[in-house]
Design a protein around this ligand. Sequence first.
Ligand SMILES: CCCCCCCCCCCCC/C=C/C(=O)SCCNC(=O)CCNC(=O)[C@H](O)C(C)(C)COP(=O)(O)OP(=O)(O)OC[C@H]1O[C@@H](n2cnc3c(N)ncnc32)[C@H](O)[C@@H]1OP(=O)(O)O
Length: 259
Amino acid sequence: MSYENIEVRTEAGKVGIVTLNRPKALNALNDALMTELGDALKAFDADPAIGCMIVTGSERAFAAGADIGAMAQYSFVDVYKGDYITRNWETIRSVRKPVIAAVSGFALGGGCELAMMCDFIIAADNAKFGQPEIKLGVIPGAGGTQRLPRAVGKSKAMDMALTGRMMDAAEAERAGLVSRVVPFDKLADEALGAALQIADFSQIAVMAAKESVNRAFESGLSDGVMFERRLFHALFATADQKEGMDAFVNKRKPAFTHG
Ligand SMILES: CCCCCCCCCCCCC/C=C/C(=O)SCCNC(=O)CCNC(=O)[C@H](O)C(C)(C)COP(=O)(O)OP(=O)(O)OC[C@H]1O[C@@H](n2cnc3c(N)ncnc32)[C@H](O)[C@@H]1OP(=O)(O)O
């Protein structure tokens, strides 16, 4: 499959990597890019050999937001009837294998929202996150007002949504938006290291872990705990649970099922 707005590759046959590729526009997210991104992630998700995915950008920008030039002329009818965002952005949330956002440079507006749709964010020390939509006379439209408070708390999320200010990688890590911060020249290796580690685990246990953690945002504590418990119980029906626990008892490396 050839793409215009992204680059796609695999590492070690088990990690799928998508690089946003509109450098002249700081990876501004247009409709074509988001459709290509969704298609690429769905293809990796369907590939039994792929255990984890990475979405990344350039040193200067993960993505500086949705494409303002593309949006400037749209009417309500355009975006409502075109099912703006729902039609393609939500695809990234439908993939069942983990997606790591490896963020350097600007992750603003839709770029920050895209990173938050991924399962966790590893940031370079030059990363800058923000939801500056207010400066354009709009508000975040791809989950920013919902995911950011859940990640960093109401006060910081409200501050960012109302002032449009950016926060740097260190503040983002302190606030809980970002899982790890590394020097830019270590970002690709850090993200790939995490992805390879995940891809070597039991693929069904990895998918269950992702599903269960995400359920925390969709249900009350008791329901979420019960959802987790039933998934935990269900994994005792898998060969990987037997292999993983037997390998520990017999002091050997487990050979999990991938795909
Ligand atoms: C039915 C139709 C469906 C269409 C679907 C479209 C896609 C879906 C969108 C929906 C997403 C949900 C809602 C999200 C909304 C947003 O994200 S709004 C945008 C939020 N982002 C911003 O406001 C940041 C805008 N950019 C800047 O503030 C600055 O560029 C910067 C990031 C601070 C960097 O500044 P500087 O270093 O001075 O570089 P610049 O010269 O400004 O930029 C370099 C070139 O990149 C272009 N560019 C930058 N950001 C964008 C952008 N968001 N959209 C388009 N183009 C961008 C900039 O114009 C420069 O280009 P040239 O002028 O040609 O050099």
